[in-house]
Design a protein around this ligand. Structure first.
Ligand SMILES: NC(=O)c1ccc[n+]([C@@H]2O[C@H](COP(=O)([O-])OP(=O)(O)OC[C@H]3O[C@@H](n4cnc5c(N)ncnc54)[C@H](OP(=O)(O)O)[C@@H]3O)[C@@H](O)[C@H]2O)c1
Length: 233
């Protein structure tokens, strides 16, 4: 399989790659910073996902180097600006949207014509409970994750007839560097949760499923149920 992944330098992306590399796959990574991963079947492309002009150039290279065949896209990279709505400015929202939503929209739209031609594809969004239920001091991050989630639900319904399956996989709370790296305006959040390598194994188990929404932990599934059936509360 030819697999494109965004954000493999740490956390879930890194662990997902550690699982996927056990099989004979070719990898195309879009990364913010230089990666230490060196392997014949790994091609890395350095890009800040908020720079879409730069990203378009990297996508062109991947199209050529993959011989127009990407079988799986894993939309994993994300950032967050956290703080009270009166303190976060509109550019913070824009930054989260550019990295978390628009960059992945651009990637998906760029490879879809080839997936359709090949009559095969899996588009995987590493989704978040914060995109199901808006969280305190997380408006910007929640909105951006919600956009991705709904995009995936929509395109799943459009693309299954081409044998292309789009899905949101919700890892649930997972111990990564996410909260260390992001921007906090007055409100530091500490991310606790499951071990990232354990969650990555569950992600891989579900990679080829034909369902739209897949939950690695009960906690996030609970949030989804309450949102879908509010009278259950
Ligand atoms: N951890 C959790 O509890 C949890 C829960 C639900 C969903 N998720 C989702 O899981 C995914 C992975 O997050 P994680 O927890 O593993 O956090 P992480 O370790 O911080 O990983 C995020 C990845 O995104 C990359 N990235 C961020 N901004 C970028 C940019 N502008 N351009 C290119 N790459 C960029 C980071 O690269 P650099 O480090 O090089 O910037 C890193 O590789 C995210 O989509 C997140 O929303 C996480």
């Amino acid at each position: 399989m030819n697999i494109l992944i965004t954000g493999v330098t740490s956390g879930l992306g890194k662990e997902i790659f550690n699982e996927l590399k056990k099989d004979k796959n070719n990898f195309f990574f879009l990364l913010n910073r230089k990666s230490k991963i060196r392997s014949k079947n790994v091609k890395t492309y350095n890009v800040d996902l908020s720079n879409h002009k730069h990203l378009k150039g990297k996508i062109k290279k991947i199209v050529n180097q993959s011989k127009k065949r990407i079988d799986i896209i894993i939309c994993n990279a994300a950032q967050g600006v956290f703080g009270n709505i009166t303190e976060i400015n509109i550019n913070d929202f824009r930054d989260d949207m550019e990295v978390n939503f628009y960059s992945h929209l651009l990637i998906i739209k760029s490879f879809l014509p080839y997936m359709k031609k090949n009559k095969y594809g899996h588009i995987v969004n590493i989704a978040s409970g914060a995109g199901i239920v808006g969280l305190r001091n997380s408006a910007s991050y929640s909105v951006s994750k919600s956009c991705m989630q709904i995009l995936i639900e929509s395109i799943h319904k459009e693309l299954t007839r081409y044998n292309i399956y789009s899905k949101n996989i919700f890892p649930g709370p997972t111990k990564t560097n996410f909260t260390k790296k992001n921007k906090y305006i007055g409100h530091k959040v500490n991310m606790t949760g499951e071990n990232a390598s354990k969650i990555a194994k569950i992600v891989i188990k579900n990679l080829y499923k034909k369902k739209i929404n897949i939950f690695c932990q009960k906690k996030t599934f609970g949030a989804f149920l309450i949102k879908t059936f509010p009278n259950l509360k």
